[in-house]
Design a protein around this ligand. Structure first.
Ligand SMILES: [Zn+2]
Length: 305
C-alpha cells in the first residue's frame, strides 16, 4: 500500500530527549521489510504551504514559528527546540496527512507514517506538536468538497486538546478522545466526547470503553470521513503513558476502531501520534502492527471494470 513519510527530515535534539526521532526511519524500513509497502509506495511528502496552515492556525503563531520568534513560554510548552529543520519537518508531516486523507477517499483507508500532532491548537503549539495536521487536512478536504461530516477518533494516551480547541465551534466535526485520566495535558479543552481511562487499565477495560465510545460518537457524528490517531503510547511500557495495554491489545484496538468506522461508511485516514517506549523498537513494533491492520483493509479500485 501507499504510505507517506518524512523520516529523512530530522532536527536537532538535546541528548536523551524523549522525542523518538529515530523511530520514523526504522518504521519506514520496517513496513518495507514486512512487505506491507513496496519500495515505490513509500512517498516523501513536500512541505505544506503557509496559506494552507492559515486555514486552521492563528497567523501570528504561524509567523512566530516561521521566524523562530516563539516566546520563552511557547518554547517551553512545545518541548522541542526551535530550528528551521523542525519547521520544515513539521510542514512535511502535515502534507503526509493531507495526502493520506485524499488517498483514503479512493482506497477506504490510508496511512501517514507520522502525524497526529493533536496538542497543536488554533493559536498554540505545544506538547511536541507544531501544527495540527488532522485539522489542516479536514480544512483541505472541505475546501475541495471531498468531506462533509468528519469524526476524529483520538486513541493517543494523551487528551486531544489542540484538536478539541480547533473544532470547538465546528458542528460538522465531532471529536472523540480516549486517554489516560491522569496523563498530560493537565488543563484540558473539552472534546465532543472525552473518555478518561483509569491509570493501570489493561486491554479489556480499554477495549470495552472504546467500543461504547465509538457507538456514541458514530451515532452523534454520522461521519462520511474519519481520522484515527493510533497512538502507541497506551502501551504498558510507555514512558509517558499511564495505561497498561499489551501489544496484542493495541492490535485489537486498531481493528475495532477501523472496522467500526469503515462499517459505518466513513473513509479513514490513519495517523500515528505518540509513542515513547524506552526501546524505540517497541514503538516501531506497535506502529508496524497498525500498518498491517490498515493494509488488510485497503480497498483497491478495479480500473476499467
Ligand atoms: Zn501521546
Amino acid at each position: 500500500m501507499d504510505v507517506w513519510t518524512h523520516h529523512r527530515w530530522r532536527f536537532p535534539l538535546p541528548p536523551r530527549h524523549k522525542f523518538p526521532l529515530d523511530k520514523y526511519e526504522l518504521l519506514a524500513q520496517r513496513v518495507v521489510a514486512d512487505g506491507l509497502v513496496g519500495p515505490g509506495e513509500l512517498h516523501e511528502a513536500g512541505p505544506v504551504g503557509w496559506e494552507e496552515l492559515g486555514a486552521v492556525h492563528d497567523r501570528g503563531l504561524l509567523a512566530r514559528i516561521r521566524d523562530g520568534a516563539l516566546t520563552v513560554r511557547e518554547q517551553r510548552g512545545l518541548g522541542l527546540p526551535w530550528s528551521p529543520e523542525l519547521v520544515e519537518r513539521g510542514r512535511r508531516s502535515v502534507t503526509g496527512t493531507i495526502a493520506a486523507a485524499r488517498h483514503a477517499l479512493e482506497h477506504r483507508v490510508a496511512l501517514n507514517l507520522g502525524g497526529g500532532t493533536h496538542h497543536a491548537g488554533h493559536a498554540f503549539a505545544r506538547g511536541y506538536c507544531l501544527f495540527n495536521d488532522v485539522a489542516v487536512a479536514v480544512a483541505a478536504l472541505r475546501r475541495d468538497g471531498l468531506a462533509e461530516r468528519v469524526l476524529v477518533v483520538d486513541c493517543d494516551v494523551h487528551q486531544g486538546d489542540g484538536t478539541a480547541d480547533i473544532f470547538a465551534a465546528d458542528t460538522r466535526t465531532f471529536t472523540l478522545s480516549l486517554h489516560g485520566a491522569r496523563n498530560y495535558p493537565f488543563s484540558r479543552i473539552a472534546s465532543d466526547l472525552d473518555v478518561d481511562i483509569a491509570s493501570g487499565a489493561g486491554d479489556r477495560e480499554y477495549l470495552g470503553a472504546l467500543d461504547v465510545a465509538l457507538g456514541q460518537a458514530l451515532e452523534r457524528a454520522r461521519p462520511d470521513f474519519a481520522f484515527y490517531l493510533a497512538g502507541a503510547d497506551p502501551w504498558k511500557g510507555d514512558r509517558l503513558g499511564r495505561l497498561a495495554l499489551s501489544k496484542a491489545g493495541l492490535v485489537e484496538r486498531d481493528e475495532l476502531a477501523l472496522d467500526r468506522l469503515l462499517d459505518a461508511g466513513a473513509d479513514v485516514c490513519v495517523v500515528l501520534a505518540g509513542g515513547y517506549a524506552e526501546d524505540v523498537r517497541d514503538t516501531v513494533d506497535i506502529n508496524a502492527a497498525t500498518a498491517a491492520t490498515v493494509a488488510d483493509r485497503t480497498h483497491t479500485p478495479v480500473i476499467g471494470a
